[in-house]
Design a protein around this ligand. Structure first.
Ligand code: S3P
Length: 206
């Protein structure tokens, strides 16, 4: 796996319930690299769980910590990095993702709701979990698509299947030599049918 582009071998983005942490760990194992979750980095800095940061200090304080944790991780972590679902809402964070291999783990409403269950430990889902997940998906899907180098569908698939598809997508990027944005910045995308009928979309790293 190439890390010539510097930083993490892959940065996983997607909404809560996309499977970023589970898939990220499997992917890191498969690639023989370490795994880091930005939520855990924030918790280590704050000395308390994400939920407590939201309750004690508020979402804005969490976002400040998250922005700093993501910036450090993009700089220093060379394994697989999973970002909290809302990290890419920050324009500075989006800018920092330029040139990194960003993998959008796409999930539909029904699978996302199944995976988050009652939303325990996820302050943004308090209340009506299904309605909250739907709102987040509607608002954020275009943002995830905008930063993604590679998009992998996760609906109806096991974390192992998704991790294998991400690994093969990364190998394809290596083969294609997509390590840096093109000077023209024009970008492109291709769609390759997967063995089980889903599609993986690659676009130029930005
Ligand atoms: C959030 C997602 C959570 C965590 C926090 C806020 C969000 O991470 O960062 O609760 O804004 O979507 P996961 O996506 O890993 O659950």
């Amino acid at each position: 796996m190439s890390t010539d582009h510097g930083g993490p071998v892959a940065v996983l983005v997607g909404t809560m319930g996309a499977g970023k942490t589970t898939v990220g760990r499997l992917l890191a194992d498969a690639l023989g690299v370490t795994f880091l979750d930005s939520d855990h980095a924030v918790e280590a800095r704050a000395g308390k769980p994400v939920q407590e940061i939201f309750v004690d200090d508020g979402e804005a304080a969490f976002r400040v910590l998250e922005r700093a944790a993501v910036a450090t991780a993009l700089d220093e972590h060379d394994g697989v990095l999973a970002l909290g679902g809302g990290a890419v809402l920050d324009p500075d964070t989006r800018a920092l993702l330029t040139g990194h291999r960003v993998v959008f783990l796409r999930v539909g409403l029904s699978d996302a709701v199944k995976r988050v269950g009652l939303g325990a430990g996820r302050p943004l889902l308090l209340g009506n979990v299904r309605a909250r997940v739907k709102m987040l998906l509607d608002e954020r899907t275009p943002v995830y698509e905008g930063v993604a180098t590679l998009t992998v569908d996760t609906d109806g698939r096991s974390p192992q299947e998704v991790a294998a598809e991400v690994a093969s997508g990364l190998r394809r990027l290596d083969t294609l030599g997509l390590d840096a944005p093109s000077p023209s910045g024009s970008g492109y995308s291709t769609t390759a049918p997967g063995s089980s009928g889903y599609s993986t979309t690659e676009s130029e790293e930005r």
